[in-house]
Design a protein around this ligand. Structure first.
Ligand code: KG4
Ligand code: ZN
Length: 364
């Protein structure tokens, strides 16, 4: 649904419940397009899921029911605003775990209906994609590398609602690969930070494969790396602390090589698709962007390719509602709103026209 666009400042309440963070935030978008986070509350469910070694969808949905109202009240209190000051309600409609999505979406719709303000059903991936506009005032187009527990994609961000997917993963997402590596080494969940910590004490001394390196398409494949890591771990069992550190360091180095190579390919395609005069910016988003070795590798690549690298601060790279509110505000400012029948969508690709990567399952 498209209504008349607004040039006035907009204050939007955002709600995020697609995975294991219950989040609410208030963001203002000024008439000049600048964004300000007035408040952002993220209530992690990590301790509820840690014992299971991953997110349990039913537990997540129930926890969202229990925590969301309080998160919304808290974010309004921190922004020192009442609902009467809110111009629109934005809630994540997908992709993600359906139970959690329904909780956030229904709550958002109810508030919008009750207050008589527009409702915006936000694509979680679009919210990650647009975050650099909030943090850095970045204009379009730019190249996005989205690396989290559920997503591994490179995309050209052309405008709000206009995305071209370049690469995706044929199997595991990057964060998932870190989590699985951590699990098999007995390091707990979530795995990324644990693997990074151990890697800093180890040496890149174990030969691991770099799947897809040098391939012309910029897709990723991480399952083979994980299997190779398992073989190397089994061959050394029982593992000493230094074995674990070396396995982590070698795994992280392999990931850095893979991501650099795949990102370089995406950069080349970006230039081919948009022309060499298009602004050369690479934005990295998602929880894995917190990895220092990966950031270092991408900084080197960006320098070599004359790209500016933007990595939003960690609290805006991982799941949060400020990015949902911001995406909602961007849409609302262009008069793009949704009606209350907008469905929750477990899968919702940003570029529905993208060809499936070799026909393999593509992570949302
Ligand atoms: O974006 P995010 O908070 O949630 C979604 O998956 O949507 O990302 C979480 C993922 C987890 O897989 C976690 O292991 C990974 O990001 N991660 C890291 C690091 N910090 C978090 N991976 C590698 N190194 C890190 N320092
Ligand atoms: Zn996310």
């Amino acid at each position: 649904m498209v209504t008349d666009g607004k040039d006035a400042p907009l204050t939007v309440l955002g709600i995020e419940t697609s995975c294991d963070e219950t989040a609410a935030a208030v963001v203002r978008r000024d008439a000049d397009g600048q964004g300000t986070i007035l408040s952002s509350v993220v209530r992690s469910q990590l301790d509820l899921h840690a014992v299971y070694g991953g997110v349990v969808p039913e537990i997540a949905a129930r926890a969202h029911v229990e925590m969301l109202d309080a998160a919304i009240l808290q974010t309004l209190a921190e922004a020192k605003l009442g609902l009467d000051a809110i111009d629109g309600i934005a809630a994540t409609a997908g992709p993600g775990l359906i139970g959690g999505l329904i909780v956030g979406l229904t709550t958002g719709k109810a508030i919008a209906l009750g207050r008589g303000v527009p409702f915006i059903a936000v694509n979680h991936l679009e919210a990650h994609a647009l975050t650099a506009g909030l943090t850095d005032g970045l204009g379009f187009p730019y190249l996005l590398l989205l690396v989290s527990g559920g997503h591994t994609q490179s995309l050209i961000v052309k405008d709000v609602g206009r995305y071209e997917r370049l690469g995706t993963t044929l199997d595991d997402a990057l964060g998932e690969a870190f989590d699985k590596a951590a699990k098999l080494l007995g390091l707990g969940y979530p795995g990324g930070p644990a693997v990074e910590a151990r890697a800093s004490r180890g040496r890149d001394s174990i030969k691991l494969p770099r799947p897809m390196l040098g391939r012309p398409d910029p897709h990723f494949s991480l399952a083979g790396l994980k299997t190779a890591l398992r073989h190397e771990a089994l061959a050394r069992a029982p593992l000493s602390e230094s074995d674990i550190a070396d396995l982590c360091a070698s795994f992280q180095e392999a990931v850095a090589d893979i991501v650099s190579d795949r990102a370089a390919r995406a950069m080349a395609l970006y230039g081919e698709h948009l022309g060499q005069e298009a602004q050369r910016v690479l934005v990295v988003a998602g929880g894995v962007a917190a990895n220092r070795r990966l950031k270092e590798a991408l900084e080197m690549l960006a320098r070599k390719q004359s790209f500016r690298l933007i990595v939003p601060p960690p609290e805006l790279c991982t799941d949060n509602a400020a990015m949902i509110a911001w995406a909602g505000a961007m849409r609302l400012s262009r008069g793009i709103v949704d009606d209350l029948s907008a469905p929750a969508r477990a899968r919702w690709p940003l570029d529905p026209d993208a060809s499936p990567a070799l026909g393999a399952g593509v992570k949302a």
